[in-house]
Design a protein around this ligand. Structure first.
Ligand code: ATP
Ligand code: MG
Length: 774
């Protein structure tokens, strides 16, 4: 047996060794599902299956890349090159490009991101003169998205009185018209939004049997990771493609289904056995990722859910440290605790930043964390916030590039037709839009024929429109002869974008120019990479597609060492030695919006299960007693999820008070840089958790002293350095025995350079290094 197979346990080997037929692997977190997929692919190839015939669908493109790398390690880079791997969206975008004409789209169709979709909807709602407080673009987009993911086309919508009634009842009787308008505009712009990539793939496979047959024949082996979070549209694609050969292997964990709000359908996993004949069901039970404490605590939590498949998860790993629970007064203090702990751990155990993750329920929570990390000079990276490519200045440049590839792209056009200002006013743009809708043409096409259409524009305006058209066409010519880097550089200069920002002169303006430079660097990298692959010019269209489909998790090359900050939703499938789950407060996590039904609460609990099972060695659960939300300081209670974990797995970092499960701690240190004169201790009222302070009343020095007595938990020193000398033999908790070769610095900054028997020379901050002289 090959080594890569014998490294798996028996339960993991079974789905690898079954070559053909439908199979499903249902197993808890960290049990090796993703690893099984990887090895299965390698094994298929070693048995002569052509890489060309294998399709693997993953949750992020990064996961796909990593998988490919591992497979390449086993079967060789050349062999792995032809594997089709990626997210549903990226894989099917490629297929749609080569089949686009069948659906009436240009093969260079634009992919609208949600910003583009929202802008487009905003325009429609305005033109229809609807109240945008009732017709909120975000909500509307959410509905359209759920229609599309359930394959409800505009036509199907109008054939379905129930849907129309439901929309009317929620005060949106014109929802259908908006949907229709939106779909027409996207089509006219040669654009697909994210959901279209799946919907149109379904259409393609349904309407064109020959196309379906072609891809069925091509993808003889299909594998899907994180199957529990596929939506209906994705499910149908997988079903259709696997229908002929039925060599389909899906892996998932019902306990980690966390995307119901985006249409994920847990029934896909529950019904798999009904969908195919002779399905083999495999279960994995051993967790390799986490310590016993973490695995068992996670089991405690998920046990509270009623809707679940029965599963066993156990581990032979060490107990590991207990899960640490920390309470703080405010979100600011919570951030300082997290930053201090990371700092301390790095010092004590020589850990890298990249070994820590901070996970939160909502993106807004990242700010307090960022502030605290910055103060301690700890490098970090936020995933899933406003991504680089969504910044205004970047989107502006990209809009020009998109027009070069697809001049019909209406969102791109409207975005930059008058930016930088070139005297084409809103009224003109409105006239163009109306004409475009009237002729069912794109705005660009209307502009190309502006001399022949009577829009009551004066000669000056017409000339400006002509100039714009000419400029874009000149870019197109350049694009045919030069690489993407050359073109982009030219575009930023020729359009006046960079000059515009230079005029601005503010630090923000300068930062924007730097971002544009960064974009150019990225394009340079891309074009170089392309040249390496096939000697071709770096193709702009491909770059834009990469950008449109990249999540910023994808961009993570792991090169630079940073603490990872992300929402729990994004953390699915990942693992980190140390994980902080922050903001564990009622109404925040579980979210206030999820407390209406049991199933919503259960989804929150699964989310917590996902968060906790990301940790390999140490998990921290933190919460604040008050937090700024929506601009107000609100009191909060610890999340029920903490209570759902058996006490034996927890270590409370704050002393426990009778009457309250967690004693309020007031430590003068924790106020850090808050203006103390603005703190006040409020009298606790019986039965409710005490309020601690507001920011508008002064606090007396007497109060401050009363607040003082409790010890701090963070940044505490374990100094035993009083009589350390060069030459001393010392023991360190983790590195073992060593000899001090040098001492430098004084007081809190005192460091010792120690040569350890194992591990060599290390410099440790004595404040943190738990050294014992022997
Ligand atoms: P999740 O549900 O979180 O996606 P998973 O089931 O996909 O988890 P993997 O990510 O494949 O689990 O595996 C978890 C960790 O355990 C990885 O670091 C993996 O390399 C390791 N692992 C899996 N199987 C084995 C094994 N047989 N021996 C040693 N390590 C293993
Ligand atoms: Mg996985």
């Amino acid at each position: 047996m090959q080594r890569y197979i014998s490294q798996l346990n028996e339960a993991q080997q079974a789905p690898v060794l079954q070559k053909d037929g439908p199979m499903i692997v249902i197993a808890g977190a960290g049990s090796g599902k993703t690893r099984v997929l990887t090895v299965r692919i390698a094994n298929l190839m070693s048995q002569g299956v052509d890489a060309f015939n294998i399709l693997a669908l993953t949750f992020t493109n990064k996961a796909a890349r990593e998988m490919k790398k591992r497979i390449a390690d086993i079967v060789g880079t050349n062999e792995a090159k032809n594997l089709w791997m990626g997210t549903f969206h990226s894989v099917f975008a490629k297929i749609l490009r080569s089949e686009a004409d069948k659906l009436g789209y240009p093969s260079n169709f634009t992919i609208y991101d949600s910003q583009d979709s929202l802008r487009c909807l905003g325009g429609i709602i305005k033109e229809m003169q609807l109240d945008k407080d009732i017709y909120k673009p975000k909500q509307i987009l959410g509905r359209i998205s759920s229609y599309k993911n359930s394959l409800i086309t505009v036509k199907a919508y109008f054939n379905n009185p129930e849907l129309q009634e439901a929309d009317a009842m929620s005060k949106k009787p014109r929802m259908g018209e908006i949907y229709q308008q939106y779909v027409e505009r996207c089509f006219k712009s040669g654009a697909m939004d994210f959901d279209d990539l799946l919907l149109k793939t379904n259409e393609l496979l349904n309407l064109f049997p020959d196309v379906l047959a072609k891809y069925q024949d091509r993808f003889r082996y299909i594998l899907v990771d994180e199957y529990q979070d596929t939506n209906h549209s994705q499910y149908l694609i997988v079903r259709a493609l696997s229908d002929r050969f039925q060599n389909i292997c899906v892996v998932g964990d019902d306990a980690q289904s966390i995307y119901a709000f985006r249409g994920a359908n847990i029934n896909n996993i529950l019904n798999f056995q009904k969908d195919y004949e002779n399905v083999q069901l495999y279960r994995l039970e051993q967790n390799y990722r986490s310590s016993k404490n973490i695995v068992e605590a996670a089991n405690n939590v998920i046990d509270k859910n009623k809707t679940k498949l029965d599963k066993i998860v156990w581990t032979s790993n060490d107990d590991g440290p207990k899960i640490k629970v920390h309470r703080s007064l405010t979100d600011g203090e919570e951030g300082r605790f997290v930053a201090a702990t990371i700092f301390e751990q790095k010092m004590q155990n020589q850990m890298l930043n990249g070994q820590f993750a901070i996970l939160y329920r909502t993106n807004a929570q990242s700010r307090a964390m960022e502030d605290a990390l910055r103060k301690r000079d700890i490098p970090y990276r936020i995933y899933g916030g406003l991504s680089f490519y969504q910044r205004k200045e970047i989107k502006d440049v990209l809009a020009y590039l998109r027009l070069v590839i697809n001049p019909k792209d209406e969102e791109a056009l409207v975005r930059v037709i008058n930016y930088p200002a070139r005297g084409i006013g809103d009224t003109t743009v409105e006239k163009l839009t109306v004409a475009a809708n009237h002729y069912k043409r794109s705005i660009f096409e209307v502009m190309e024929h502006i001399d022949k259409i009577d829009l009551k524009l004066n000669a000056g305006t017409k000339a400006k429109l002509n100039d714009f058209v000419t400029m874009i066409k000149s870019f197109q010519v350049i694009n045919e002869n030069q690489d993407a880097f050359f073109l982009t550089d030219h575009v930023t200069k020729k359009t006046g974008l960079v000059q515009e920002l230079k005029k601005d002169g503010t630090p923000e303006g300068i930062a924007k120019i730097e971002n544009i430079e960064e974009l150019l660097n990225g394009i340079k990298d891309f074009t170089e990479g392309q040249k390496e692959i096939d000697g071709a010019r770096g193709a702009l269209a491909e770059f834009l597609e990469d950008v449109a489909l990249a999540t910023d998790l994808d961009k993570d090359t792991g090169d630079d060492d940073r603490v990872a900050l992300m929402t729990i939703h994004l953390a699915k499938g990942l693992e980190f030695p140390h994980v902080f789950i922050v903001g564990l407060e009622e109404d925040l996590f579980p979210s206030a919006m999820s407390l209406n039904t049991r199933s919503e609460l259960e989804e929150e609990r699964r989310l917590f299960y996902v968060a906790l099972t990301r940790a390999e060695h140490q998990a921290y659960l933190t919460y604040a007693q008050s937090r700024y939300r929506w601009g107000k300081l609100v009191d909060s209670e610890p999340s029920r999820f903490i209570e759902e974990i058996n006490d034996q797995y927890l270590e409370y970092l704050n002393p426990v008070d009778s009457g309250y499960r967690y004693k309020p701690v007031m430590d003068i240190d924790v106020f850090g840089d808050i203006d103390k004169s603005k703190l006040r201790l409020a009298k606790p009222t019986a039965g409710t958790p005490p309020k601690y302070f507001t920011r508008d009343e002064p606090v007396s020095s007497a109060n401050i002293r009363r607040l003082k007595p409790v010890s701090s938990n963070s940044g505490r020193s374990n100094v035993v350095d009083a009589n350390l000398n060069v030459g001393n033999i010392v023991m360190h908790e983790r590195f073992g025995k060593g000899q001090i070769v040098n001492i430098e610095g004084i007081g809190a900054d005192k460091k010792a350079e120690i040569r350890f028997d194992v591990g060599g020379l290390k410099k440790l901050l004595l404040r943190f290094a738990k050294l014992e002289v022997i």
